[in-house]
Design a protein around this ligand. Structure first.
Ligand code: FO1
Length: 307
């Protein structure tokens, strides 16, 4: 079975690792969000692609959620000492990857090309495709003003309520090579347990992707990122409450109207399954507390092919 997973954020990366463990590296293609890419200290950082790469390579820091395990912060300490840009914490090991990626991009290599090379160097066999090779950046509209994603998320600690989200450059972006094929050739499409507004929506904002998903002939299943109406980490619950009017499974499902056939929700949300319409609920434990839990969730989602 071929599975294509649309993914962003730390929870999404954990899920993808489970999906690869269940289905096998060759059976999974991952389409990653690039809307929260950021230039720091002159380096191109792709946090979501890197979370996926590090998770699949077994190099991710489980506690912190982002970046590499066993990280050191010597370079950042010097940057801080010298009054440089230190609001976005780049660890020493992580920096190595950003140096290689940035040099390749400056030499004209597309993001998809350098991502494939990085994956291969890290012995990641699963195909990881950025949604687009073009510049696409998520902006967050708040009562305090409009901010690039990482400025709102990291520098402001996502404290501002969100009135809207926009994707700069999306109109002119094209799907990266292989993305439309991965959707067309999949037996199952999965929307990872990622924030619908800032992880999945920027992928779907690339012209052709939402249309391809809407025209699918195979099942598409979303995994809700909420447990008991609350985000495990991050602002997804506050965003759903404000932008979608609530945090129940039907509010998550509404973010994906016409795009999904089933939604995997946590047992803690099983009491509130009204209003899902044609979308089939699948109830299970969704907290990916350890490797077993991660695999079990992936097994349920990948087994969610409606008859
Ligand atoms: N998140 C933070 O909360 N603070 C940071 O300083 C930070 C640095 C960072 C560096 C590299 C990287 O790949 C991720 C990093 N993140 C940091 C996480 C990042 O903001 C999030 O993973 C995503 O962008 C949200 O999906």
């Amino acid at each position: 079975m071929k599975v294509t997973v649309l993914c962003g954020g730390v929870g999404g990366a954990r899920f993808v690792r489970g999906a690869v463990e269940v289905a096998g590296a060759d059976s999974v293609v991952v389409v990653g969000n690039v809307g929260d890419d950021v230039e720091v200290l002159g380096l191109h950082v792709s946090p979501d692609l890197d979370s996926i790469l590090y998770a699949l390579a077994g190099l991710n820091d489980e506690q912190r959620g982002w970046g590499r395990a066993g990280e050191t912060w010597e370079a950042l300490a010097v940057v801080r000492e010298l009054g440089g840009e230190s609001w976005f914490a780049l660890g020493d090991r992580d920096l190595g990857l950003h140096l290689v990626r940035t040099q390749a991009l400056r030499a004209g290599e597309p993001l998809s090309g350098v991502t494939a090379r990085l994956a291969s160097a890290l012995r990641v066999e699963t195909r990881l495709l950025p949604a687009t090779d073009d510049r696409l950046r998520t902006w967050i509209e708040t009562p305090a003003g409009s901010f690039p994603f990482q400025e709102w998320f990291v520098a402001r600690g996502h404290r501002d309520e969100v009135d809207g989200v926009r994707f700069e450059g999306a109109d002119a972006a094209a799907p990266a090579p292989g993305v439309l094929e991965a959707l067309a050739e999949a037996d199952l499409i999965v929307l990872a347990p990622s924030n619908p507004f800032v992880s999945i929506a920027p992928i779907l904002a690339v012209p052709g992707l939402r249309e391809a998903l809407a025209a699918r002939r195979v099942p598409c299943v979303a995994v809700s990122p909420l447990i008991g109406g609350r985000a495990v980490k991050g602002p997804a619950d506050r965003m759903l409450a404000r932008l979608a009017g609530g945090t129940s499974p039907r509010h998550v499902t509404r973010c994906y109207e016409g795009l999904v056939d089933a939604i995997v929700v946590d047992e803690a949300d099983a009491h509130d399954l009204a209003g899902l319409g044609e979308v089939r609920p699948i109830v299970t434990r969704t907290l990916m507390a350890d490797a077993d839990a991660r695999r079990r969730l992936a097994e349920v989602a990948l087994g969610a092919v409606p008859a």
